[in-house]
Design a protein around this ligand. Structure first.
Ligand code: PHE
Length: 346
């Protein structure tokens, strides 16, 4: 009778143990099958009241079962503790360890500034146009009033990529400025034209703290009837105010570029010293940020736009200059050295 009861109890206990999935359930199981009020304990306590023969058999079996249940309990406990360790072949993986954080990417500083510049000019009604980095001599120089052997070509140290042996002509190059996009746009469209052309430009130059062989420009071009120097000044003043704040001063001075007449150089008062002169501005108090001017009549004529009817202005902004000044970065080479310690600051 009691023996039957014991066997039933043993199989029930092991069946229930199989369903246990956490330590709380395991404790409940222990109380139920091994606790002071459990059937097993009660049977063991009441052994004395059994007839001698039965007492021996029941006692032996009950103790056996108790031992088995206790062993199973320990085993289950260990199993649950190790449960957080998942086995993957030979490697065991502790899923409770903290994970490795993902590095979030971001836009390159230059891209951020390009977007800012294009955002400001886009807001004024300029549309984005593009041209190739690998450019013909014709667009980079010839059509911009710099025929072969024109001394102004020396302003642009050029990376040539093609060379025609017989004629000695070097027709292909990496564009030295974004101005060739002016020609490409005017060839294909008629005034009114209002475009900006952001992009990379290249110069055959040894790199140092202030020179890179590749950098970015944003070209601007507006062609229409009655466009005057006042429009150019108004546009660039407003641009400078949007970019650098309304208190920055802006300076226009004469400059020479073969494709504009008159040509100007635009500078803003130095951030660092406020105009008194420092290392950043080369003691002048001013920092040049762009070249500009009224589109040369010969340039318009070449693309069949009548300079007696139409006029235009153009400008070319040095993009890296802007963050260089804004953040006081003292070496332009940092921009393209792919050093995350630098890049992730912006
Ligand atoms: N393309 C000139 C440069 O790279 C800048 C410029 C653009 C000047 C448009 C005048 C008009 O130096």
């Amino acid at each position: 009778m009691v023996l039957n009861q014991l066997e039933e109890l043993a199989s029930k206990a092991s069946e229930e143990l199989g369903k246990v999935s956490d330590s709380k359930e395991l404790e409940a199981w222990r109380v139920r099958f091994l606790g002071r009020k459990s059937n097993l304990t009660q049977i063991l306590r009441s052994l004395a009241s059994l007839p001698l023969e039965e007492r021996r058999a029941v006692g032996a079996r009950a103790n056996e079962i108790k031992l088995t249940l206790e062993t199973s309990l320990e085993e289950k406990k260990r199993e649950l503790e190790e449960g957080s360790v998942v086995s993957l072949g030979m490697v065991s993986l502790d899923v409770t360890l903290p994970g490795k954080p993902f590095n979030l990417g971001r836009l390159h500083l230059t891209t951020q500034v390009l977007e800012e510049v294009c955002g400001i000019l886009g807001g004024m009604g300029f549309q984005v146009a593009e041209g190739p980095d690998v450019e013909w001599d014709y667009y980079n120089f010839e059509a911009l009033n710099m025929p072969a052997d024109h001394p102004a070509r020396d302003m642009f140290a050029t990376l040539w990529i093609d060379y025609e042996k017989e004629s000695g002509i070097r027709p292909m190059l990496l564009r030295t400025h974004t101005s060739p996009v002016q020609i490409r746009v005017m060839e294909k469209s008629r005034p009114p034209i209002r475009i900006i052309a952001p992009g990379r430009v290249y110069r055959y130059e040894a790199t140092d703290a202030t020179h890179e062989w590749m950098f970015h420009q944003v070209e601007g071009l507006a062609v229409d009837k009655n466009i005057t120097m006042a429009d150019l000044k108004g546009t660039l003043f407003e641009f400078a105010r949007c970019l650098f704040g309304k208190d920055r001063k802006c300076r226009f001075r004469c400059d020479y570029f073969p494709f504009v007449e008159p040509g100007v150089e635009v500078a803003i008062d130095c951030f660092e010293c406020g105009g008194t002169g420092c290392r950043l501005c080369g003691n002048s108090g001013w920092i040049e940020i762009l070249g500009a001017g009224m589109v040369h009549p010969d340039v318009l004529r070449r693309v069949n736009i009548d300079p007696d009817v139409y006029s235009g202005f153009a400008f070319g902004i040095g993009v890296e200059r802007i963050p260089l000044l804004r953040y006081g970065i003292d070496d332009i080479r940092l921009f393209y050295a792919n050093d995350l310690r630098f890049l992730s600051q912006f």
